[in-house]
Design a protein around this ligand. Structure first.
Ligand code: ADP
Length: 247
């Protein structure tokens, strides 16, 4: 089985500003990886390189064994970008319509068939939005809206779910429910790559973390990460950013 994501010696700069330096990282299919690092450490850039939205200056990015540049199987990847929660605020569409959009990629120019509607229904049920499926997206809470975007990715039967700080602006209870949902999806075999700025939250929920600060400082199990030098290497000595909002 090809890895879901394979970065080899990847470099990327914005004009003269080096954002990603010589990063090599492999994410196997079925892994749930938290991508962490201080503000401005290159997390979003790395995600964009993985998704083929940016091209590396040097090095290679492969998705499911294919070059990210030529990877055309867009529906295999579900991407929930940063602040997706506020973007939906202006969209005059219902939850079901948004989730169905995920299905269109699979259906192509044809009409949605009964089986496609069923996939949409299942995706809505998985994220617990069946009851709200006819509600407009702008009438949902941030957490509910985020779940609608996950359902859209599920409806497209994505093999990789990539999320950029999905719980920004979401309250602690909804955030925990959100992570429980991701855990369930992970146990069902979905590969998940998630950017999260809160180290305490991420290490509580994922098995594997990748920590970058331009360079990759750590990739491995989250428990060992907290005990490793990599934490202070990447964050400096002032990593008092670990929140303990759960006793
Ligand atoms: P993170 O997601 O970890 O906060 P980013 O990947 O957004 O980090 O940014 C990495 C670095 O690249 C930062 O120093 C940021 O200021 C810079 N950067 C990000 N996007 C751009 C851009 N479009 N143009 C120039 N510099 C950018």
């Amino acid at each position: 089985m090809n890895p879901a994501v394979e970065l080899q010696n990847v470099w990327f700069a914005y004009d003269n500003h080096l954002a990603v330096e010589d990063v090599s990282l492999t994410i196997e299919q079925g892994e749930f990886v938290g991508l962490i690092g201080p503000n401005g450490s290159g997390k979003t850039t790395l995600l964009r390189l993985i998704l083929g939205l940016e091209r590396p200056d040097r090095g290679t990015v492969r998705l499911f064994g294919e070059s990210a540049r030529s990877f055309e199987d867009g529906e295999r990847i579900g991407h929930v970008s940063q602040h997706a929660t506020d973007r939906g605020a202006a969209m005059p569409v219902t939850v079901r319509e948004v989730v169905s959009m995920g299905r269109f990629a699979r259906v192509g120019r044809g009409r949605m068939r009964e089986a496609d509607h069923q996939v949409v229904d299942e995706a809505l049920a998985t994220v617990d939005l069946t009851e709200l499926s006819d509600r407009r997206l702008d009438r949902l809470s941030g957490g509910q809206r985020q779940r609608a975007y996950i359902a859209r990715a599920l409806a497209s039967e994505a093999d990789l779910l990539a999320l950029d700080e999905p719980t920004v602006g979401v309250d602690a209870t909804s955030r925990d429910e959100f992570y429980s949902l991701l855990s369930r999806l992970h146990h069902d075999g979905l590969t998940i790559l998630l950017i999260e700025h809160d180290i305490e939250v991420i290490t509580r929920h994922v098995d594997t973390v990748a920590c970058i600060n331009r360079e990759l400082h750590y990739h491995g199990d989250s428990v060992s990460f907290l005990e490793s030098e990599a934490l202070s290497e990447a964050y400096g000595e002032s990593h008092g950013i670990i929140h303990h909002d759960h006793p």
